[in-house]
Design a binder for this molecule. Structure first.
Ligand SMILES: Cc1cc2nc3c(=O)[nH]c(=O)nc-3n(C[C@H](O)[C@H](O)[C@H](O)COP(=O)(O)O)c2cc1C
Length: 733
């Protein structure tokens, strides 16, 4: 398993504590409802926060025979302990404006009592409290290591909140929610740890306040009413925690006023402040920790706490799902490294490139060749090596993935001592500025080795395209004269698909077209597809083959297919007639849909890559400015699409059609046309328009090179900047 230090720490911490974290989160979710239900009980009187303490004290003294204590709790509910005019003692919530009783004191429900005990101590008293305290601290460390991983993924603090590149559901939402929940989770864990430390007396001890009151000189003059005491007049109820009334009418007895930050003793006759004790930091932090950890008195914060606890459960689930996926990618060898002619070295951060490399390894073995596969960091001299294949991803900012960081140094220290040829495949994503940079660097290094000769030029693969990898493997097979044919169906993608029947509505014949290409219309039997989505077609007893779909005006599916002499699926489709049915499955391709915003669109395609664009144009009801650059061999190739394209030009759903014919006249390619329209391309990118590319990988490479030049030259921004904003949408195979 390949893993970086931070990811390893994140994982180990999570594994060691996930059971307790899950328990604390579930109980935490339940407990977040407690402050919400308390607030819903309605004992908070509007505007009471601004009422002065003096007013309430005066009102209470007038209403009751004796007042013992006044309290304001975390919800802002005001309660009083009194003896009424009938001599009855009472302890209840009051309206601080009138002094009237408005309800009995709330008692903690047995359910919340039970949940709180479970949350705090797992019913294990001190042992439980210790476990929960430690869990809280571990969760804090998990949050921090997670944050570092997000920083690495987003390539620095500046890009922390820029778009997350979606590689799969779990990775995307693990990162997305991690970013959102980081601050609340950090607060929950720090306060939880603090509260536990307090329980175990690990914080500095707080001494009881001592006062130096001059009892000899206490005065009863000038006697003022409570609402005239400056301290009571200038203190609003929102600042008060409690006020203990004097025990007797003797001047030696005083009011004890507890505010949020200090305790004050007040002469009961004159209102003079007799003593003051500011709470130490430890006490203030304890109070704050309790409020922040429980959400007491603040419904919104309680909701944030509840949602954060839910997100922790999701992190546990998605984190393990990601880990198991990574663990599944294993490197296996049957032969000894010293005996193998083929050496395959893998560079991978998360392991997703491994199954690709393993497929090649298997094929070589099946062809009777000796092949050894290992991680790049395990490079050493391989005495029998004749061919070196390096398959590596790029991470960070064009850097080596985790298991390849030492490769270059090792290779330089122990270069091969015999002649060998090499081929490098880069796995990467065009969404990053330094596309496949590490593979490029490795390729450069190998090219400088005196014994090395290039077996194949470096090949780059965007977004783990299985089709692109398959093509490369086929080319490699041709080079080394082996029948290397990887399965058509991506073995790395495990999700089963729903297979349905589709009826053929109409079809042209490949034989009638100069390019051996035909159109086939299928009845649509599901409403949830869009042009640009894919259909996987299953010829009888064969693997699936994917085609990009156009959804036409009447909702039918249109495919454009090139027939290959040995192509099982294209020949199967070509012999179908109207009324026949075929088996297929629909695959969402969300990153290749026509944009919903009314911004200009540039479509670039070659050959059958025009198909999804035909559907998008047919659905372009808003007549969004759209330019279609299409590459083919000869003008006759256009005949197949002429009617459709002309219709779109006539009804303005297509603004311009720019064909490039590579076997006629000046031999023009789509990339040449793009170069001629530099200004338009730069403007579209600048104005948040979208560029869509569909067709062959070779064309994609040429086109993206030109676009990169235009983007840098005209707008001073790398193409990846627009790719990250989803303005570049690619579906190439
Ligand atoms: C944080 C992060 C950084 C990446 N940086 C680059 C990059 O600089 N260049 C690139 O071409 N691809 C980059 N990628 C894309 C990966 O190379 C690509 O997803 C690859 O398939 C990952 O393979 P692996 O999981 O086997 O390492 C990056 C991906 C992530 C998550």
């Amino acid at each position: 398993m390949i893993i970086s230090v931070w990811r390893y720490s994140h994982l180990i911490l999570a594994i060691s504590s996930f059971v307790f974290i899950a328990l604390a989160s579930i109980t935490g979710i339940i407990l977040s409802f407690e402050p919400i239900s308390e607030q819903a009980s309605g004992y908070k009187i509007a505007h009471s926060d601004d009422l002065s303490l003096g007013e309430t004290v005066t009102t209470l003294k007038a209403d009751y025979l004796e007042v013992l204590e006044l309290k304001v709790d975390h919800n802002g509910f005001v309660s009083a302990s009194v003896i009424d005019n009938e001599g009855e003692m009472g302890d209840f919530y009051i309206d601080p404006f009138t002094g009237e009783k408005i309800g009995d004191l709330l008692e903690k429900s047995p359910f919340f009592e039970f949940t709180t005990s479970l949350h705090r101590s797992l019913f294990l008293k001190s042992t439980g409290r210790f476990i929960i305290g430690l869990t809280s601290f571990l969760l804090f460390l998990i949050a921090i290591t997670g944050f570092i991983l997000v920083l690495k993924r987003q390539q620095g603090i500046k890009k922390l909140f820029s778009r997350i590149i979606k590689e799969n559901f779990f990775q995307y939402y693990h990162t997305y929610l991690g970013r959102l929940a980081l601050i609340p989770i950090t607060i929950i864990t720090i306060t939880g740890t603090y509260l536990s430390m307090e329980k175990f007396s690990l914080l500095p001890e707080v001494a009881r306040p001592t006062y130096d009151i001059d009892y000899e000189n206490l005065s009863e003059e000038p006697a003022l009413k409570a609402n005239e005491f400056p301290i009571f007049k200038n203190t609003s109820l929102s600042e008060v925690r409690s006020l203990q009334f004097p025990f007797s009418p003797d001047v030696e007895d005083y009011y004890t006023l507890q505010l949020k930050d200090k305790e004050v003793l007040v002469n009961q006759f004159t209102g003079e402040v007799l003593g003051e004790h500011v709470y130490p930091m430890v006490t203030v932090l304890s109070e704050l920790s309790l409020l922040l950890h429980t959400g007491r008195g603040n419904v919104w914060w309680a909701i944030v706490l509840g949602l954060s606890s839910c997100s922790i459960l999701f992190f546990i689930y998605s984190g393990f799902a990601l880990t198991f996926k990574r663990k599944a990618a294993k490197i296996k060898n049957n032969l000894k490294k010293d005996d193998c002619k083929y050496i395959i070295l893998i560079g991978s951060e998360t392991g997703s490139t491994i199954p690709f490399a393993m497929q090649l390894h298997q094929q070589l073995l099946e062809n009777g060749e000796s092949s050894y596969i290992t991680e790049m960091n395990r490079y050493e001299r391989f005495p029998s090596m004749e061919k070196l294949v390096i398959i590596t991803s790029t991470y960070g900012k064009g850097e080596a993935p985790a298991n390849a960081t030492k490769f270059m140094q090792k290779f330089e220290e122990q270069p091969p001592e015999q002649e060998f040829s090499y081929a490098v495949v880069g796995f990467g994503s065009l969404a990053y500025e330094d596309y496949c940079q590490y593979a490029i660097d490795v390729n450069d290094m190998l090219s400088q080795n005196e014994y090395a000769s290039e077996l194949m030029a470096i090949h780059t693969i965007n977004n783990r395209s299985w089709e692109a990898y398959r093509q490369w493997a086929r080319l490699l097979g041709n080079k080394i004269s082996l029948a290397i044919e990887l399965p058509a169906k991506n073995p790395v993608e495990l999700k089963p698909k729903k297979v349905r029947s589709f009826m053929v509505l109409s079809k042209t014949n490949a034989e009638d077209s100069i390019d051996d290409t035909f159109l086939i219309e299928l009845e649509r039997n599901s409403g949830k597809v869009k042009s640009g989505d894919l259909i996987g077609i299953y010829p009888p007893d064969e693997h699936e083959r994917l085609y990009s779909m156009a959804i036409m005006e009447e909702g039918q599916i249109l495919l454009s297919v090139k027939r290959h002499d040995l192509g099982v699926c294209s020949n199967y489709l070509n012999q179908l007639s109207s009324g026949d049915t075929l088996q297929g499955s629909l695959v969402k391709n969300k990153n290749f849909h026509f944009p919903s915003k009314r911004k200009p669109v540039i479509m670039i395609g070659t050959g059958t890559g025009i198909a999804p664009f035909l559907g998008m144009l047919a659905q372009n009801k808003n007549k969004v400015e759209t330019h279609l650059y299409w590459g083919a061999r000869t003008p006759q190739s256009y005949q197949l699409y002429a009617e459709n394209i002309q219709k779109c030009l006539d009804n303005n759903s297509l603004t311009r059609f720019l064909p490039a014919y590579s076997r006629e006249g000046d031999r023009v390619y789509v990339q040449d046309l793009i170069e001629q329209d530099t200004e338009l391309i730069a403007r579209v990118l600048k104005n948040k328009g979208v560029i869509m590319i569909c067709g062959s990988i070779a064309m994609q490479r040429e086109v993206t090179n030109r676009l990169e030049q235009i983007s840098m030259g005209e707008n001073n921004k790398p193409l990846s900047y627009y790719q990250n904003k989803n303005q570049i949408r690619i579906d190439c195979y």
